[in-house]
Design a binder for this molecule. Structure first.
Ligand code: 5GP
Length: 525
């Protein structure tokens, strides 16, 4: 099952590592054939290479649209070497067998990412490359196909180990990589076209990602897992730079994403902000006069849960904030940047991972979210909705301070799993109730946690006294609202829209609450 490699066709847009690879191939006595730009690069390096036009009898034409699309190439890739009729056809038409194909495609994805115009994107759709890759991969019983520069070294090692040949197992593995590459490439083209034609994103029919990292395990140690990047340039966990610490785990990535997306809601011009996340839910969010103050206020919402959490900041991490964060164990810190003094402080904490993103994510930028269900997966637009109109529905309107807290609580509630209840006061969350099946339970849990925290901190009053409370969806009955009033909340923000709105509003009036309807709900599951 070891097949010798006698002739190789190299046709690459990205010429990284090309000359090195070709030198090893030449040293193995392998004949080299190339397309225009690749052949020039090889000749410049002093290598001996034939032109593809020698195999096809045709020059490259139509601006390179047609270079290798010819039986002289595809016959050489597809012929079964142990089939008499195939061999006879090769002889009859003077087709030379190609045993190794090295191709990387026109850089379509980066052309799109660079904001190129429609026609430029079209010209960057590779046609001959994918055709050759698919042909070679189909014939992997005889042909070796390399589509990833990362595979150059393994190829060199394989050839060295097998006297200039490759094993079937090796060719099969590369064929799998090859088909993944052409599938992702066409998905990128189709995704780009859907965007160009204004097709609603969830109906785009194909999704693709590039394997970015395989993990030791998934959500639990017995689950395999990997992380795929979708090529978007959005600042966030996928594009962040990691400065220290172990590789991110599956749960780290999930939680870090939640933390960074939440903190990105708070624009730096409105002041420093911090979000602390545990199990994909915030356990404390705050603004402050400084980043350190924001961190400490967020921490004070739920010190118990913050242990081993993920911290996201909306500004450059400085030394004082870094020092405050290191007072307890934190898994990951993500921020738009970090200054040298902060990095130095973290350097002493080997288990702490620091990620910088070079900016915040735009919370209004459209994106997609996916969820797996048996038999398929659900796709929807990311929840980038912001209510356009707030309506006071009670006799009393919120004061300016209450309004500020209401909007703060509402923003956080959008990032809390449903049923979500968030109490906020003075630019900080003071109680968060997440993921309950009943809204009244979320309301009570949030208040109880606030109470426990006040006790632990030795505060006189429960921090929910005078707080604003946000509910991610309407109160179906007055009970949840009354539980919030019992806890001391004085203002409420919620979507409204229940058939019992009148009852809920009457209860609010009776309790002296100010209540605002947003007309938009933020379920998150
Ligand atoms: P070169 O730089 O060698 O001139 O071109 C290499 C690129 O051309 C590779 O990315 C390869 O996939 C692509 N390619 C090879 N054959 C064809 C073809 O027949 N048509 C098109 N459009 N691209 C091709």
């Amino acid at each position: 099952e070891i097949t010798p490699v006698r002739r190789a066709l190299l046709s690459v847009s990205d010429k990284t590592g090309l000359v090195d690879l070709a030198r090893t191939l030449e040293a193995q006595g392998i004949e080299l054939v190339s397309t225009g730009g690749t052949a020039s690069a090889l000749r410049e390096a002093g290598l001996n290479v034939a032109d593809v036009s020698d195999l096809t009898g045709f020059p490259a034409m139509m601006d390179g649209r047609v270079k290798t699309l010819h039986p002289g190439v595809h016959g050489g890739l597809l012929a079964l070497r142990d089939d008499e009729a195939h061999v006879a056809a090769m002889d009859e038409h003077a087709i030379a067998a190609i045993d190794l194909l090295v191709v990387n495609l026109y850089p379509f994805e980066s052309t799109v990412a660079g904001g190129a115009d429609y026609d430029t994107c079209i010209e960057n759709i590779d046609i001959g490359g994918p055709a050759m890759i698919r042909a070679a991969a189909k014939n992997h019983r005889f042909v070796t196909v390399v589509t990833d520069i990362e595979d150059y070294v393994p190829l060199q090692e394989e050839l060295a180990a097998h006297d200039g040949g490759t094993t079937l197992a090796f060719r099969q593995k590369l064929a799998l990589t090859a088909y993944s590459r052409t599938a992702a490439y066409d998905a990128a083209v189709s995704g780009w076209m859907a965007g160009a034609l204004d097709e609603p994103a969830p109906r785009r029919r194909s999704v693709s990602g590039t394997l970015r990292q395989t993990m030791r395990y998934g959500e639990n140690p017995h689950q395999n897992a990997a992380f795929y990047a979708d090529g978007s340039a959005r600042p966030g966990v996928a594009s962040a730079t990691q400065h220290q610490g172990k590789a991110l785990s599956y749960n780290n990535i999930n939680d870090t994403d939640a933390a960074f997306e939440l903190v990105s809601e708070f624009l730096p011009k409105d002041g420093p902000a911090c979000a602390i996340i545990k199990h994909a839910n915030p356990c404390g969010v705050a603004r402050g006069a400084t980043l350190e103050a924001a961190y400490r206020a967020a921490f004070d919402c739920d010190r118990t849960s913050a242990f081993g959490g993920i911290v996201a900041l909306n500004g450059i991490l400085d030394a004082t904030t870094a020092r405050a964060i290191t007072e307890i164990f934190t898994e990951v810190v993500i921020a738009p940047g970090a200054d040298d003094a902060a990095k130095e402080i973290f350097a002493g904490k080997k288990n702490l991972r620091l990620l910088t993103t070079d900016g915040l994510a735009n919370p209004l930028e459209p994106a997609l979210t996916y969820r797996q269900v048996s038999g398929g997966f659900l796709v929807q637009d990311k929840d980038v909705g912001h209510p356009t109109e707030l309506r006071t529905v009670t006799k009393r309107a919120p004061s300016e301070a209450e309004m500020r807290d209401l909007l703060f609580a509402w923003t956080v509630a959008k990032h809390v799993k449903s049923n979500a209840i968030v109490y906020a006061r003075g630019d900080a969350t003071v109680g968060i109730g997440a993921g309950q099946m009943s809204r009244v339970d979320s309301t009570r849990i949030a208040a109880r946690k606030a109470h426990d925290m006040a006790e632990a901190l030795g505060l006189d009053a429960t921090p929910t006294q005078g707080a604003a409370v946000a509910s991610d969806a309407f109160f179906p009955f007055p009970d949840g609202l009354l539980a919030a009033a019992d806890a001391g909340a004085t203002a409420v923000i919620q979507p409204g829209g229940s058939v019992r709105d009148d009852e809920v509003i009457a209860a609010a009036d009776e309790a002296g609450l100010a209540m605002v309807f947003t007309g938009m709900r933020h379920f998150r599951h």
